[in-house]
Design a protein around this ligand. Structure first.
Ligand SMILES: [Cu+2]
Length: 286
């Protein structure tokens, strides 16, 4: 098992920090070893054929070829192993990730909204309710269009490129985008998901190690794509509470300043759907 783990490290995979990540790593390890064996096997066979059927030894071509069925058996075995990997391991693992979500009462709920070229995070604050968002309220200082006249918004926490979560608690992220397709990738958590304008896509993971990890955009989304990075901080429960308190105080002062004028929005949608393009603040990560 130890030597198996080495191939992931050798190929540059950062250490896993999520509960389910070990399952992903095992599949990756097996695939890497299997592909390595295929590479060595096919390469050796190629060299053997080059020597065995060289022109000097066979000045005239043999139009009947080799009659042995060994290559058919070999190819069938490869197809069989690949089918077992896909149907027996990869699809069930994927299905578990997308079908078996944790109870929302046990989980940390976060909205993540991609935009060229930043990740915005919206947390519901102590009341557990996400405030109303409206695309018409989007400004440079209010990138999510949070409606501060909505009582549920008062304690909401909005951050850019920085997300804190507590260790050993499931985190459910509802993902969307304000402009183009991005990809919210947490490599250390072994999880990635496209953020698509007009869609709200859930994903989840459970961090098991405290630390600071990178959030990247895994989808080429424009000229500043390379700079679309954020930080995921997995805190101890006490540190997480301290961060929440600090952010809640900050957002309280933001909410107190009536920066957002009330606009006519008869639809009263609970959340601004990010389908319409909104003006983006200048990219800070560049
Ligand atoms: Cu992006």
């Amino acid at each position: 098992m130890f030597s198996l783990a080495l191939i992931n490290e050798f190929l540059g995979q950062p250490p896993n920090a999520s509960e389910h990540g070990y399952q992903i790593d095992h599949i990756l390890e097996f695939c890497h070893w299997f592909m390595g064996a295929l590479f060595v096997g096919w390469s050796a066979y190629f060299i053997y054929v080059l020597i065995r059927f060289r022109k000097r030894r066979h000045p005239t071509a043999d139009y009947h070829g080799v009659k042995s069925g060994i290559s058919t058996h070999l190819e069938f075995s490869v197809v069989l192993i690949e089918a077992v990997l896909l149907i027996g391991f990869a699809i069930p693992l994927w299905a578990k990730r997308v079908n078996q979500f944790p109870e929302t009462k046990d989980a940390i709920l976060v909205h993540a909204i991609g935009q060229q070229f930043n990740w915005n995070f919206h947390l519901p604050g102590p009341d557990g309710q996400f405030g109303r968002r409206d695309v018409h309220l989007v400004t440079n200082s209010n990138p999510l269009g949070l409606d501060y006249n909505d009582p549920a918004s008062k304690d909401d926490i909005v951050t850019m490129n920085e997300l804190h979560v507590p260790v050993n608690r499931p985190v459910i992220i509802e993902l969307s985008s304000k402009d183009v397709i991005h990809n919210f990738a947490l490599v250390h958590m072994r999880i990635a998901q496209d953020a698509i304008p007009g869609s709200l896509i859930p994903m989840w993971f459970k961090p098991i190690k405290t630390g600071t990890y990178e959030i990247i955009c895994g989808q080429l989304c424009g000229l500043g794509h390379y700079g679309m990075k954020g930080t995921l901080v997995v805190d101890s429960p006490a540190d997480y509470q301290a961060w929440l308190k600090e952010r809640a105080e900050l957002s309280g002062t933001q909410a107190a300043a009536p920066a957002a004028p009330k606009t006519a929005n008869p639809s009263g949608q609970p959340e601004g759907k990010p389908g319409e393009p909104a003006q983006s603040p200048s990219p800070s990560g560049l």
